[in-house]
Ligand binder design. Structure first.
Ligand code: SF4
Length: 499
């Protein structure tokens, strides 16, 4: 035990999945240094903000939150506040100028320094600001406190070599750095040994994976290698980029049974003119060509997307092109965003900013069309029998309805009735259910589940919930065990800074 053994922490996460996963690492680092997670409702000794620079007004929100903490800190000697993530990387020492009660500011490239910086701030009684320009070491070598016992994110790369004009990510996360395949597979094997049965490979642009290690087919090879891992039942990935989405990836998806029939493919705009202005190097024809090939190889795949409405210069005709792609592609769902200026991006300086009322009107039309398509596509699922991986915290009304919730292989959300006899499945177990009703954003299986499979993941979930948290240890890159907390919902499916 060290002197911090009784100190508690809280990590507040904003932004994309990349941040959510980084927060798992921050939690792992703090636990490795002897801190323990603050019980719900209790003020933590150390509050860490993992920030996002992508959202409009992100800085105002951060300073508002920091302002609320100032009196709490004044009343609690020894309390520390740290700010990390993309906004910290961008604003640097502005943060301690505007909020001098902040103890530590760290960037996206040195999250591993957090415990040291907290200690230094405590000893020196002075704020520590440390921002590196490039990655210190690959974050996956840091201890990680996974939020889920049955599903895990695994980083395959950080940074991005693209230069989309609406996106701040390349400036803040740097050039793409790929992790070695052997390290990725070793981490997945270790997770599977702990009971995890679903992994999501994570990167800003996953299928550019390999450009840094000189192998253009590295991503499809990685998918196939995941297929050979005994006990790994579900493999997903986010996000690909249409530019790098090659046929070998489609073949690997279709031919590897544990790679799920699901694809999140950011479109952003259906207009070639706007795609060019966004500096997205594919065009409508290529995008639709990919969708066609994916559908031919995996007829049941659910395809989702990200779309930005009202990018500078977008005309009614451009917007019609987006609607055209939406009609053709028949997305299972779409994360839709109204364009807003993000300081520091080229698009923020562009002429032709579209008036808010016009953006809103287009946005409403897009939502109406997509809702209709999502619903029609979900109706096609009625009568199908699917195996649902039971989830924790997915069904907000489960308590009232006595239902359980989880994800079908294609990632559709399914609420279902538990089996008529026998124990209810635990999170991480699977249930075989027949879809009887469809809504635009979820499916229902009203008859009792026909079959429950108790899995190693369900056992792992049960262990987590019945055994006291493990003592902190140094397990580099390995998951540590402890009571789970709900995973913050990602702001965007893409992790692409597009939200
Ligand atoms: S939107 Fe995605 S692909 Fe484009 S620069 Fe940002 S992170 Fe890279």
């Amino acid at each position: 035990m060290n002197e911090h053994s009784e100190r508690t922490y809280e990590v507040r996460t904003h932004g994309c999945q990349m941040n959510v996963h980084d927060s798992e690492r921050l939690a792992g680092l703090l636990e490795g240094a002897g801190y323990r997670r603050a019980p719900k409702g209790e003020q933590a000794d150390v509050v860490v903000f993992n920030t996002c620079a992508v959202r409009e007004n992100a800085d105002n929100k951060l300073y508002g939150n920091l302002g609320q903490l100032a009196p709490k800190k004044a009343a609690r000697p020894g309390m520390q506040i740290a700010v990390g993530g993309c906004l910290a990387q961008k604003d640097r020492d502005t943060i301690v100028r505007r909020a001098p009660w902040v103890d530590v500011v760290f960037g996206t490239h040195n999250i591993g320094s957090l415990p040291t910086l907290l200690e230094r701030a405590r000893v020196q009684q002075e704020a520590q600001v440390e921002i590196l320009e490039s990655l210190e070491r690959f974050p996956s070598t840091l201890p990680t406190r996974r939020e889920s016992a049955y599903a895990a994110w695994v980083s395959i790369s950080v940074g991005c070599n693209n230069t989309c004009t609406f996106c701040i990510v390349p400036a803040l996360r740097g050039k793409e750095k790929d992790r070695r395949p052997g390290d990725i597979l070793a981490e997945i094997e270790a997770l599977v040994a702990e009971g995890v049965i679903e992994i999501t490979l994570l990167g800003q642009n996953v299928n550019a994976y390999g450009s840094d290690i000189g192998d253009r087919e590295a991503f499809s090879k990685l998918l196939r290698a995941c297929g050979a891992i005994e006990g790994l039942e579900r493999v997903r990935f986010t996000s690909p980029h249409p530019r790098d989405f090659t046929d070998d990836v489609i073949a690997a998806m279709a031919e590897t049974p544990n790679v799920m029939p699901q694809l999140h493919m950011p479109l952003q705009s259906g207009s070639d003119t706007i795609l060019k202005a966004m500096r997205r190097s594919y065009r409508q024809e290529r995008y639709l060509g990919i969708i066609e090939k994916v559908r031919a190889a995996m007829p049941h795949a659910a395809i989702s997307t990200d779309i930005i409405v009202g990018f500078p210069g977008e005309t009614e005709e451009d917007f019609e092109q987006t609607l055209h792609v939406v009609r053709e592609a028949r997305f299972a769902n779409a994360f839709t965003f109204q364009y807003s200026k993000r300081p520091g991006t080229p698009a923020a300086e562009m002429d032709g900013q579209v008036p808010k009322a016009v953006v809103q009107e287009r946005y409403d039309r897009l939502i109406a069309l997509q809702e209709e398509i999502s619903w029609e596509e979900n109706i096609k699922q009625v009568g199908r029998t699917v195996e649902v991986l039971v989830a924790e915290g997915e069904g907000r009304k489960d308590d009232q309805t006595a239902r359980l919730s989880g994800r079908a292989p294609d990632n559709r959300l399914v609420h279902f009735a538990p089996p008529a006899t026998g124990p209810a499945p635990r999170p991480g177990d699977t249930a075989t259910v027949t879809i009887s009703y469809a809504a635009p954003h979820h499916l229902l299986a009203e008859a009792p589940a026909a079959g429950v499979r108790r899995t190693r993941a369900g056992d792992a979930w049960e262990r987590r919930n019945t055994t006291p948290p493990a003592q902190p240890g140094v397990m580099l890159g390995m998951p540590s065990i402890g009571a789970p907390a709900p995973t913050p919902a990602p702001a965007s499916a893409s992790g692409c800074g597009c939200d």
